[in-house]
Structures are given as structure tokens and as C-alpha cells.
Write a new protein. Structure first.
Ligand code: PGA
Length: 248
């Protein structure tokens, strides 16, 4: 059985109180989720302190953030630095999500700097890459995803690359209910793994309209090691079902 990661990306959902309520309902399910699955909750910044307290002593569920700044401190109004996340026990952080690239002007270069900053602080970056529909229709998916991946990891040594998690998320599949064919997604990931040095043992997650119904088809692919899950991670019962189904 391969090790899997099911990471929930809550996006801009849940107040701190709602996050704690989620976990109260999720916790009883954890014992029924196979040990091979690492569960990550990528919460909004404001929920992190409360979740951090709630997760004290919890060994199966890890706290994640959805973005991080590339500097450790400085004049960057509104931004959050890696040491601030570490202070609350955050272990993972998503960088380069397509919504950050689209609405907040993240570029390949800032994604690279954020990835390096996360690693430097001992956080595991979940580096998100993926093509738009226009790129897919132009049959440029592999080149695009490969270029994004290479840019994000540029300058890192092999040991650092080995500590990254990659998430392949076709932009057209995010939040649309139009998920990518699992074999196609698996093929793209196989290509990335083969083409970029150091990715041999790095977990690669699929993201884009993942549900409890379809996650098993993804994790059945050789090069898919779990899911980055938006909508289906918001409900504790549904997300627990998904985490269980990932192993089938
Ligand atoms: P979705 O989002 O599961 O709602 O499609 C995935 C993501 O954006 O990470």
C-alpha cells in the first residue's frame, strides 16, 4: 500500500469557530481512516490558532496554510511569513494555487521564492501546477506543467526537492465538477516525475473536483499519491468518506 495524502483546501471558507466545529465532527472518523493516509487541513490564517489548539496531540491530522510570503519579515502589509505559521504548528503550505496566480498575481518567480521560504522554515510546500483550458486545447499541457514545476523548484538542491509535495490541478477542473480523466492526469504526473530530477519519491497529488466517488480512480494510478480537495473537504463526513475511499 502506498502512502497517501488527502489535503483539504478550505479556501476562504470557515470562521475559526466553524473550523473547530468541523474538527469536532471529523475527529470520530479518524480512527476509521487507514493509517497510510496523512490528512492535512489547509485552513484560512484566522482559523489556524484555534485549530492548532484543537489538534494538540493529534498524530494523524496535520495543519496546513494556503499561502506564505517569501520573506521572513518585512514591510509587506497583509502578508504572513513562514515563521508565523510554524509558531502555530503548521506543517504544510500550499504555494502557487491557480487562484493565487489568477487573483493575487502570484508568478512562477514568487512561487519559487515561496517554495524556498517554506522549505527553509521546515514547512512542506504543496506546490500547485496546472494548465488552463486554452493551454490544454492547444495541446501544451505537458510543456506548461513541466515549465511551472521546473520554475518552482529552480535553485533547490536535491535534498530540498525531495521534501516537496507537488499538486497537479488542471485549472479547468477546479470547482467545476469537470474532473480530469484519471489516466490522463496520471500520465501527466508520470511525465513530470520522470522529467524533473529529485521528484522520484515526491508525493504528487491530483486536484480538481475530487470527491469521495472519484478519488479511488485517481489514487489507483501509479503516479498519483493523493488529492488536494476543495469543495469536498468542507463537510467533515464527506471529507472523511473521501479519505477512506482514497485507499480502495
Ligand atoms: P475543488 O478545488 O476540489 O473544489 O475543485 C480544488 C482546489 O482548488 O485545490
Amino acid at each position: 500500500m502506498k502512502r497517501l495524502i488527502c489535503a483539504g483546501n478550505w479556501k476562504m471558507h470557515k470562521t475559526a469557530r466553524e473550523a473547530v466545529d468541523f474538527f469536532a465532527r471529523f475527529a470520530p472518523h479518524v480512527a476509521n481512516i487507514p493509517q497510510d493516509v496523512a490528512i492535512v487541513l489547509c485552513a484560512p490564517f484566522t482559523s489556524i490558532p484555534a485549530l492548532s489548539r484543537t489538534l494538540t496531540g493529534e498524530t494523524r491530522v496535520f495543519l496546513g496554510a494556503q499561502d506564505v510570503h517569501w520573506d521572513r519579515s518585512g514591510a509587506f502589509t497583509g502578508a504572513i511569513a513562514a515563521p508565523m505559521l510554524r509558531e502555530f504548528g503548521v506543517r504544510y503550505v500550499i504555494v502557487g494555487h491557480s487562484e493565487r496566480r489568477r487573483y493575487f498575481a502570484d508568478t512562477d518567480e514568487t512561487v519559487r521564492m515561496k517554495t524556498a521560504a517554506a522549505l527553509e522554515e521546515g514547512l512542506t510546500p504543496i506546490v500547485a501546477v496546472g494548465e488552463t483550458l486554452a493551454i490544454r486545447e492547444a495541446e501544451q499541457t505537458e510543456q506548461h506543467v513541466l515549465a511551472q514545476t521546473r520554475a518552482a523548484l529552480d535553485g533547490l538542491d536535491q535534498n530540498a526537492v525531495a521534501r516537496v509535495v507537488l499538486a497537479y490541478e488542471p485549472v479547468w477542473a477546479i470547482g467545476t465538477g469537470r474532473n480530469c480523466d484519471p489516466r490522463e492526469a496520471g500520465a501527466v504526473m508520470a511525465k513530470i516525475r520522470a522529467a524533473v530530477r529529485g521528484l522520484e519519491n515526491v508525493p504528487i497529488l491530483y486536484g480538481g473536483s475530487v470527491t469521495a466517488k472519484n478519488i479511488g480512480e485517481y489514487t489507483a494510478q501509479e503516479h498519483i499519491d493523493g488529492g488536494l480537495v476543495g469543495g469536498a473537504s468542507l463537510d467533515p463526513d464527506e471529507f472523511a468518506n473521501l479519505c477512506r475511499a482514497a485507499c480502495r
